[in-house]
Design a protein around this ligand. Structure first.
Ligand code: AMP
Length: 192
């Protein structure tokens, strides 16, 4: 099973990923987490990443695609199935993912789209910022990230609706009830 968990910043991708990993034994790939680790270690990549993340902008496609390609190359655990969290975020990234999977004989099972309205997203990220101290969980950067999401990432919904992979999931309610809806959607795909 290879899943993309998709949705606006604050839609619960990370939280639901944790539960999906436990249930389905998938390898978790969070591009945001990878970049934040690079920032923590102070690497060259971390310095570049920080200059985009702190402004709420996306890293260039070529750079993030290269990071992902290298990860698949060097991580045999990815063959047990993956959950992609925070990637793809643009049409070129989605196209790159297709060839990345094709090259390795992997297939995309589904795109789980967590749908949450904007006031709730802002509220959640502000609350998360009080605990996470993420440089991008402040009101100004949150608004920028939502603009970037609408402009660059939402076209992916249409992309995955067209190829029949997109499964819309209402991302509000309790964590467990959202997870149950996702599980049902995935189990029905698996049975087909
Ligand atoms: P996230 O934790 O997924 O919300 O990502 C935090 C930040 O990391 C984003 O706002 C981007 O600056 C950067 N980032 C993460 N994933 C990607 C990606 N697929 N493409 C470009 N930038 C990314």
């Amino acid at each position: 099973m290879n899943i993309v968990i998709f949705g606006a910043p604050g839609s619960g991708k990370g939280t639901q990923s944790e539960k999906l990993i436990q249930k389905y034994g998938l390898y978790h790939i969070s591009t945001g987490d990878i970049l934040r680790k690079e920032i923590q270690t102070g690497s060259e990549l971390g310095k570049i990443a920080d200059s985009y993340i702190s402004k709420g902008q996306l890293l260039p496609d070529s750079l993030i695609i290269e990071i992902l390609d290298k990860l698949f190359e060097t991580t045999p655990e990815t063959r047990q199935g993956v959950i992609l969290d925070g990637f793809p975020r643009t049409i070129p990234q989605a196209q790159a993912l297709e060839s990345l999977f094709l090259k390795r004989g992997m297939k995309l099972t589904a795109v789980i789209g967590l749908e949450v309205d904007e006031p709730e997203l802002i509220d959640r990220m502000i609350k998360r910022g009080q605990i996470s101290h993420r440089s991008d969980d402040n009101l100004e950067t949150i608004k920028k990230r939502l603009d970037v999401y609408h402009l660059q990432t939402t076209p992916l919904k249409e992309f995955y609706l067209k190829n029949g992979k997109y499964k819309a999931i209402q991302g509000t309610g309790s964590v467990d009830s959202i997870f149950e809806t996702i599980s049902k959607a995935l189990d029905s795909i698996h049975r087909d």
